[in-house]
Write a protein that binds this ligand. Structure first.
Ligand code: DAH
Length: 445
């Protein structure tokens, strides 16, 4: 049975398989002898929430978005250049408390994003941020009123060419005084942004700024909230024009197309998602909305109203630079890195496609135990690193008499940099099998 869980750009519901587990880890990722783990040079005691793997820990310091000439860094720079008068932050530690990641942003206690099957926990009190919104309160507490923040974010996920457990987001926010001066500031900015858009080759499919299903907050003046939502949309339409206009051949015949969709986020109302029509497809690129007053209250900010957005970098960089596999962003291969220049959107020329090697593994899951797909994927990722291209569940069967569950996964191994020998892959696959038996107690079929 499929159920609604959450997508990577926006916590918007999407369909995926698998139960969510809210407490008590179901597998022992950390060997019982280990009492502490090290993340970013700090020691943390392990507990029943600990599920961060060495494959993930080893990447927490890399900050691809700051590596000169890396596509993610170029895209960050392009976005920052659209907000020249905003503060630009980009080096915040990914270690945050669950309180900061969720509670400060009004996430309910039973929100699926909190589950150990969906997020990486160092232990019950510390996790890897799942989104850049985790720093909203902190930024506002510092007194920032217009800011962008770029960072690596972490979510446990399936494995394929467009999903990786680490990706990058840019968060942006702007707040205005709720007095006559603030009102004047929004109105003037709306006029300026509207005139910029009026000259551009862009078709915007808009929806009402406020509606019964996407309501104004009860403590907001509806007129002000509407103007702020309008400012958010105008600002983002201009950003999209800058980012996609730089790369696509926008013409009178082929204008850029953007569409606005109603959304829900615990920390904004009204809320929206934005899609861009690019290379024949609608691409969901960001979530945004009018900031929930509770967030500003928590930050101690008074008499202000504002907007925020969160945008995923990989998805946009993949289409702009024609990068076919998300693992390539992590490649250290000079044949990849040397193709890019700081500030330029160069189209990636694949240097070679090496052969795939498929390996299946079928097993019985122990009775009264649920093996979540993300647990399987993390085990494979931790064993095979970036040699794994995708993982698919190809069979799921419950024995009618014993009620035992049997699963079969197909792992596709393919390096982006070299040919793999059968021997090497057999070795990796046998390690996957031993760890499956050890960590989850499965019985290989
Ligand atoms: N944090 C959300 C995510 O990762 C995206 C988002 C939605 C950011 C709405 C925002 C916002 O700032 O207002 O999926």
């Amino acid at each position: 049975m499929s159920r609604a869980v959450f997508c990577r750009v926006s916590w918007a519901p999407c369909l995926r398989l698998g139960p969510r587990i809210f407490s008590a880890r179901i597998s022992s990722i950390v060997p019982p002898s280990k009492t502490h783990i090290e993340v970013l040079g700090q020691q943390f005691p392990v507990d029943d929430y600990t599920n961060i793997t060495p494959a993930i820990t080893s990447k927490t310091a890399l900050k691809l978005h700051l590596q000169p000439s890396h596509p993610l860094s170029t895209l960050r720079g392009l976005i920052e250049s659209a907000y020249p008068d905003f503060t630009h932050a980009s080096s915040m530690s990914p270690l945050v408390t669950p309180f900061k990641n969720f509670d400060e942003l009004s996430f309910p206690a039973d929100h699926p994003g909190r589950a150990v099957t969906d997020s990486y926990y160092v232990n019950r009190n510390m996790m890897l941020r799942t989104h850049t919104s985790a720093h909203e309160v902190e930024m506002f507490k510092k007194g920032e009123t217009k800011w962008l923040l770029t960072a690596d974010v972490y979510r446990r996920d399936e494995i394929d060419a467009s999903h990786y457990p680490i990706f990058h987001q840019v968060e942006g926010a702007r707040i205005f005084d709720t007095d006559a001066n603030g009102l004047k500031e929004v109105e003037e900015d709306n006029a300026r942004l509207s005139s910029l858009l009026a000259q551009a080759n862009i078709i915007i499919e808009d929806i009402p700024h406020i509606s019964p299903t996407n309501p104004v907050q009860h403590d907001h003046d509806p007129v002000f909230s509407e103007l702020v939502a309008k400012n958010l949309k105008l600002s983002l339409n201009n950003l999209i024009l800058k980012v996609f206009g730089a790369a696509s051949n926008i013409s009178k015949e082929q204008p850029l197309r953007v569409r606005w969709i109603e959304a829900y986020f615990p920390f904004t109302s009204p809320s929206f998602e934005v899609e861009v029509f690019f290379q024949g497809k609608w691409l969901e690129i960001l979530g945004c909305g009018v900031i929930r007053q509770a967030t500003l209250d928590t930050a101690g900010v008074q008499n202000k109203i504002g907007w925020a957005f969160g945008l995923g970098l990989e998805r946009i960089a993949m289409v702009l630079f024609s990068i076919p596999d998300i693992r390539l962003f992590w490649s250290q291969d000079p044949r990849f890195l040397s193709q890019f220049e700081d500030g330029k959107i160069n189209v990636f020329q694949p240097y070679s496609k090496y052969p795939s090697c498929f390996k299946d593994v079928s097993f019985w899951v122990p009775k009264d135990f649920e093996l979540h797909e993300n647990d399987f994927c993390d085990l494979v990722r931790d064993t095979a690193g970036d040699l794994v291209e995708d993982v698919k569940r190809i069979d799921h069967f419950v024995h009618p008499k014993t009620n035992r569950t049997s699963l079969c996964y197909r792992v596709n191994y393919r390096s982006m940099d070299r040919s793999l020998s059968n021997e090497e892959i057999n070795h990796v696959q046998s390690q996957v099998i031993s760890r499956l038996k050890e960590q989850f107690g499965v019985e290989i079929r």
